[in-house]
Design a protein around this ligand. Structure first.
Ligand code: MSP
Length: 637
């Protein structure tokens, strides 16, 4: 069977400043996808780059008194070095000022001219320089002289110029037919609906050249016009792999169409409507899938250079390192939604998911084995029931994880994998292998081997997200990540017959030091003795179902729970009831929680609410439960 190919692209970035966390996000998703397909044995190609022409760049350069080319040249290294810092393994970096790109873009426009899909007329209307968008009458706010841009809200400018139009309206039906036949063209689904309604509302012909802007690629045979920046920018996805270059036809045929094109929700119209129409007009295949992600927000606002609320990835890297940030972005942000960036969440993920759940597990198993002179760990010939159950679970996990990754739902893949990591921890602790070493050598060896096998599977699956750390983890087990395989089956996951040669390595993840503010947060505040009815109504008491419950390492008081509050979502809540309950006693149960308490840190983890308990006989605390099942999130009054 011929090796499958996988071609993934990111949007190309406007180089008016250094990259920010939002730019890193789009690029990281592409890297994770590339690595995932590489892990599956496919031949991969990952394209990223910079969008360097147009009025926005020309204006920004002018403001600092630079020539546009010198201006963009000054930022490109910052992109390349940020990507290197985060182990972004792109195959090619396209710049729209590159010569082959200019020729390729002109070639595409020539195809549309030859087809008769372009005509000359004049454009009168508004233009948003920041989004490089013609704001149509349909989009404009009625009655405003220069309406704000419907996408970014900035003021538009009035434009009146001769222009070439592309007959976009002629593609309305063809596009609708294509969407109907390819319902998975856009992921997630809600974005597809957004696009459908835009097209169904009627498409107008699109202005595709400018005469009042000089910084761009000349229109074929009419250099007074430059090609509208979005037309040539979109073309990068094909020019970079050889489009318009006869000596590169083979390369182009190998990679095109792209398998996944990644973009933020702000630029879906360009990618989902204009781009497919240009491709149809040029007689080229359409990309197989557009993956549209939400925005990273700060205090509920989109992070953007002009709002001045950007998080610098370089600073995050200096404080938390490459893989922790990669993990956080993939796990915390649901790809189909906007997500708020928070240092507290990032630190909590590092402490609890990475340092506690994963790093400590590796450290414990290796330390314990080596302390008992077990360096080479052979797989036992037969396994006990508990180990077989764990192995069977690893099969399920690999399958679920792969489905979520193929669906580009990274956060779901990671959540599922962490359920398994919790199970491996539970298996390890339940066997108390530190006692077995003396009592039952055979079982001791089995527990060490089963844990190493589980860690081997975990490390492979996590490699696309945290490549360096997972290579270190595998090294500690005496394993290598081999890339001479053709299918994921060749990785021999979940087949527990491997031998491990253990080496102690430094802790995989360090818990971040708590900042001063967090230390303050941990202080207990003393309540006043009398309160008014207003105080009572201030307290929001709600019913929630405990979907997951587990012990907290180094704490003999706390249990960590995931609690489902219906529309309010799932929250993490820590409760000091470990002395009275085993995690299994609470999992699946409903209880009463205070849900509007300011989140507080305990043992470095955030608790987003408080569970109500009552004293009972013998000083035992008991959880307060509704007398009959109530809807999750329902309020007590
Ligand atoms: N140059 C165009 C794209 C042309 S592609 C042919 C552009 N550039 S951009 O630099 O403004 O944005 C590039 C990508 O970064 C977009 O997908 C955008 O959604 C993403 N992000 C920019 N800020 C973002 C966040 N705050 N959060 C997540 N991604 C966001 O548009």
């Amino acid at each position: 069977m011929a090796q499958k190919k996988f071609y993934v692209t990111t949007p190309i970035y406007y180089v008016t400043a250094k990259p920010h966390l939002g730019s890193l996000y789009s690029t990281l998703l592409a890297d994770v996808l590339k690595r995932w397909h590489r892990l599956k044995g496919e031949k991969t190609f990952f394209l990223t780059g910079t969008d360097e022409h147009g009025q926005k760049i020309a204006q920004a350069a002018q403001q600092v008194g630079k020539e546009p080319k010198a201006f963009v040249d000054s930022f490109v290294p910052a992109y390349k070095s940020a990507w290197q810092m985060f182990d972004i393994n792109y195959d090619y970096f396209v710049r729209t000022t590159d010569d082959y790109h200019k020729k390729g873009a002109q070639y595409l426009v020539q195809q549309l001219l030859d087809k008769g899909d372009i005509y000359k007329d004049s454009y009168e209307g508004w233009y948003c320089v920041s989004c490089e968008t013609f704001v149509t009458e349909k989009d404009a706010q009625k009655g405003t002289v220069a309406p704000p841009c419907p996408s970014c809200g900035r003021p538009t400018i009035e434009v009146s110029e001769e222009t070439y139009f592309f007959k976009l309206s002629a593609y309305q039906e063809k596009l609708l037919e294509f969407y109907r036949e390819n319902p998975n063209f856009v992921a997630p689904k809600e974005r597809m609906n957004e696009m459908l309604s835009f097209v169904q509302a009627g498409l107008k012909d699109l202005s595709i050249s400018r005469t009042t802007v000089q910084w761009g690629i000349p229109f074929p045979n009419d250099p007074k016009h430059i090609i509208y920046v979005w037309v040539e920018a979109l073309t990068n996805y094909i020019t970079a792999i050889g489009y318009g270059q006869p000596n590169k036809q083979k390369e182009f045929d190998l990679w095109w169409p792209a398998d996944v094109q990644i973009l933020g929700k702000d630029i879906i119209r360009f990618h989902g409507v204009f781009w497919p129409a240009f491709l149809m007009a040029a007689g080229l295949e359409l990309p197989k899938r557009l993956l549209v992600h939400g925005w990273i927000k700060i205090d509920k606002q989109k992070m953007s250079k002009s709002l001045g609320n950007v998080v610098d990835p370089v600073e995050l890297h200096a404080r938390y390192g490459t893989d922790a940030v990669r993990y956080y972005l993939c796990r915390q942000m649901a790809i189909n939604q906007d997500g708020d960036f928070s240092i507290g969440d990032l630190e909590q993920r590092i402490s609890s998911d990475l340092a506690n759940d994963l790093g400590n597990l590796l450290n414990r198993v290796v330390t314990l084995a080596l302390k008992n002179n077990l360096v080479a760990v052979d797989a036992p010939k037969t396994w006990s029931e508990a180990s077989i159950n764990l192995r069977d679970e690893s099969w399920n996990v690999v399958e679920d994880f792969a489905n979520h990754m193929d669906d580009c739902m990274f956060h779901l893949a990671l959540t599922r994998l962490w359920e398994f990591i919790h199970k491996v921890n539970a298996y390890f602790h339940a066997h108390e292998p530190w006692k077995l070493a003396q009592k039952d050598q055979k079982l001791f060896l089995e527990v060490i081997s089963a844990t190493c096998h589980s860690l081997r599977d975990i490390a492979h699956l996590l490699w696309p997200v945290m490549p360096k750390k997972m290579e270190q983890l595998l090294f500690s087990l005496g394993q290598n990540l081999e890339f001479n395989h053709d299918t994921i089956e060749d990785l021999d996951l979940c087949t527990w017959h491997h031998q491990f040669k253990l080496t102690q390595i430094p802790a995989l993840f360090e818990k971040p030091e708590p900042t001063k503010e967090e230390i303050m947060e941990e202080k207990v505040t003393v309540p006043e003795s009398h309160i008014t009815i207003d105080d009572v109504t201030k307290v929001e008491l709600r019913i929630g179902t405990i979907t997951e419950c587990e012990t907290v390492e180094k704490s003999n008081k706390l249990l960590r729970m995931q609690v489902d509050f219906g529309d309010l979502g799932v929250r993490q809540i820590l409760a000091g009831v470990r002395e009275y309950y085993q995690p299994a006693d609470l999992a699946g149960k409903q209880a009463v929680f205070v849900t509007n308490l300011k989140p507080r840190k305990m043992m470095g983890m955030e608790s987003q609410g408080m569970m109500l308990v009552t004293d009972s006989e013998g000083g035992k605390k008991r959880v307060v439960q509704p007398s009959e099942k109530a809807p999750n999130g329902s309020r007590l009054s």
